[in-house]
Design a protein around this ligand. Sequence first.
Ligand code: NAD
Length: 235
Amino acid sequence: MTNSTKGHIVVFTGAGISAESGIKTFRDSGGLWEEYDIYDVATPEAWRANPDLVTRFYNDRRKQIMGAKPNDGHAALAKLEKEFDVTIITQNIDDLHERAGSSKVLHLHGEIMKSRSTKNNNLVYDIEGWELTADSKCELGSRLRPHIVWFGESVPMMETALEVVRSADCFIIVGTSLEVYPAAGLTTQAPTGCAKYYVDPNAKPISGVHQLEVIPQKAGLALPELADRLIQLGI
Ligand code: NAD
């Protein structure tokens, strides 16, 4: 997946990396999904039953994300690009990695700042501002939906993500409970010989994953230290 002669660092991130930017995680207590039933807002059935509610839910998320700033964890990952070829695979729908300066970001579960045609999946548009409305239409005249992979939908970027992880020289997992599949399955796919790190206050060893250094700390603290270590010592 990479033509560079620099070492390839692959980073797999989840909601935890954006927690210190004030964006609620998924399953932590006080997390977003305690307030909403996912089946009411994040499934194809929810969209069919009540597109206005789903649109409003994501409008609120978008507004919040636009007001948030990348944190030290995002910044540390962007800094790694000075020395390494870095690919970020994120489960997050926010754009904080990009705003921190990371240039190769693969969004497994879609992007909140984009909308998509309900007639043709390939028609994807940037959303200007925070609001998608019932009148927002694609060029074919159909209503635009948030460009999000909902529960029960397939993950189109999964094959690409697998290839990227299999080409890693160093693999860093950050801020994810590893409970959402197929994304969580990526963790076992890095090459046997490559160094692996798992940064999360609740991180535990992952069965079947060897050479894994577990760093049970917040991303904003642990990632700047880890980035400095990798830049000084190499991967
Ligand atoms: P999750 O909520 O299941 O897990 C979050 C993890 O982050 C937990 O393991 C927690 O210990 C850890 N965490 C909390 N604070 C942290 C910090 N400061 N530093 C490092 N780790 C921290 O989230 P998930 O595993 O990403 O899976 C949930 C799904 O929800 C994903 O598919 C994602 O698309 C979606 N989601 C995205 C966002 C976002 O875009 N920011 C926010 C919420 C949920």
